[in-house]
Ligand binder design. Structure first.
Ligand code: ME8
Length: 500
């Protein structure tokens, strides 16, 4: 059985989750569900990054103890992911004692390898990004990544010899051309590595909210070294069975803001510790609001939990996955979300299910087929069902174009709606009607299997309305008989008002 280990970044708990963070988690969820549908052994990891100066400051300004504060925000993450139907296998917290122990062991390996030395950091630091910034990159005392003010710091620090890994990293990228996806993000990284690597400050003395540095108790371990280790500590590294089973990760999904840490810093740490390197880093674009990155610190966030009060989880999942290619940035607007729901979901999929279940519920004859639907679909949409499955598989396992996959699925839905309209089933005699119903219900059963990864609640509702148990991809083939007992249920989606 193939295995598939997929991770999201672990999110800072300085504030509640937002639609941008939800986007990453939803992509990971769709891929995890797809691999489960393919009967692979999946481990889907998400969690929270809870140490560091920014969290300590956020707790202080909320008037709470840091631990009390992080516990309350973690709860909000868990609730939001539950509302969005996120099927993670493990939720890791960097304040878990087992994670903290693993980080200390990991740091000792870097130390024993001679990669850590003591020095002094004099330079810029962006607290919201928890990132050290080179002098040459700072303009007007602003962070080049997020645009927020940076702080000048001068402190004793321990450094990791990142510069030592330049050639090994370049050799690794050459041997593994699919390491960073998409390609243009890989090129960005390679060009920066070629330009030279500075050693990286890996301890802080300005915050005590972190894991103690084992070789000097005045220092805490830099949040990024702490955080990246979550991908192996979650598998009970070292020595855990899960680690042997699932490492190396198949896919780390990250936003473009943290590509550098995952494609350069993380592999260098792993090389130093003698641990193998993940297979791929999938780098996605941002959701923006009026052109600015949606971000906790910029206070322009859209709260996914609030959105689920008006729109269904599947409506939100659908919109985020289909509105843009995952590489691009996209501007979020509630009116675009509402029109996607009212269009493809209410008038398309919802309407199809309502129409066919209304007719089929009353039909007493045999629902069996002649497979003319395959040819019809080919003529009307340009592909049949088996090529649809293949295309979706390519989109979810090779190109990561969830937008194209959903467009194709909705085009198949459109075909079936057109088929019903063309056939005018209300005018047909029993045998012919049984055939037409087969030609809609069987493809709908198959489409529902595919939809289980994108819109899990909707897929379950369709299965229940067509009287079939939820099935995996191995059942996604037309059979000659449709054996479900159809019972029209409530509408899949609600029409929403569009505000302009
Ligand atoms: O960077 N659009 O945590 P973080 C799309 N703790 N995705 C967005 C987004 C937006 N507007 N805003 C955030 C950290 N994201 C570290 C990670 S991992 C070892 C440590 C997503 O809470 C995107 O995936 O700032 C981004 O990389 C991640 O949230 C960062 O979340």
């Amino acid at each position: 059985m193939e295995k598939f280990y997929i991770t999201t970044p672990i999110f800072y708990v300085n504030d509640k989750p937002h639609l941008g963070t939800a986007f990453t988690v939803i992509i990971a969820d769709v891929l995890a569900r797809w691999h489960r549908l393919k009967k692979e052994k999946v481990f889907f990891l998400t969690g929270t990054d809870e140490h560091g100066e920014k969290i300590e400051k956020a707790a202080k300004s909320a008037g709470k103890s840091t631990k009390e504060f992080v516990d309350s925000v973690v709860l909000q993450f868990k609730k939001a992911w539950e509302k969005l139907d996120i099927s993670y296998d493990k939720f890791i917290r960097t304040t878990d004692p087992k994670h903290e122990e693993a980080v200390i062991r990991f740091v000792k390996l870097l130390w024993n390898n001679g990669d850590i030395y003591k020095g002094e950091y004099i330079g810029w630091y962006c607290v919201p990004d928890e990132t050290f910034i080179a002098d040459s990159e700072v303009k007007d005392e602003k962070c080049p990544n997020c645009g927020r003010p940076v702080e000048r710091i001068k402190e004793e620090a321990y450094f990791f010899r990142l510069s030592r890994y330049k050639d090994r990293l370049l050799g690794f990228y050459e041997k593994n051309p699919d390491f960073v996806i998409p390609d243009f993000r890989g090129k960005e990284v390679i060009n920066r590595v070629k330009a030279g690597l500075n050693d990286l400050d890996i301890t802080r003395i300005s915050t005590t909210w972190g894991i103690g540095f084992p070789f000097d108790k005045k220092h805490t371990i830099y949040v990024w070294l702490d955080a990246l280790t979550n991908y192996i500590s979650a598998l009970d590294w070292p020595g855990g069975e899960k680690f042997d089973e699932f490492w190396p990760a198949d896919l780390h999904i990250v936003g473009k803001d943290i590509n550098w840490f995952h494609s350069v810093v993380w592999p260098a740490f792993l090389m130093s510790a003698g641990v193998s390197i993940p297979k791929s880093i999938l780098v996605h674009g941002w959701w923006t609001v009026s052109g600015a990155k949606m971000s906790k610190s910029l206070k322009n966030i859209v709260d996914p939990s609030e959105l689920t009060k008006t729109y269904s989880a599947d409506g939100i999942r659908y919109f985020l996955l289909k509105e843009k290619s995952i590489w691009e940035d996209g501007d979020f607007s509630e009116s675009a979300l509402a029109s996607a729901i009212n269009g493809e979901l209410v008038s398309g999929l919802g309407n199809l299910v309502a129409r066919v279940t209304t007719i089929a519920e009353k039909f007493k004859g045999d629902i069996k087929g002649n497979d003319e639907i395959d040819e019809y679909m080919y003529k009307v949409c340009g592909f049949d069902l088996s090529s649809l499955i293949k295309k979706v598989d390519d989109c979810l396992c090779k190109t990561y174009r969830t937008d194209i996959a959903l467009k194709d699925i909705m085009s198949a839905v459109g075909c079936l709606n057109k088929y019903i309209t063309d056939k005018e089933p209300w005018k047909l005699a029993s045998a012919e009607l049984g055939n037409v119903l087969y030609n809609v219900l069987e493809p709908l059963r198959i489409i529902s299997i595919i939809l289980r990864s994108f819109l899990p609640e909707t897929a379950d509702s369709i299965f229940s309305q067509i009287g079939v148990e939820p099935q995996d991809l191995e059942k996604a083939k037309m059979e000659q008989h449709f054996t479900g007992k159809v019972k029209r249920g409530k509408n899949l989606f609600r029409l929403v008002e569009i505000s302009v």
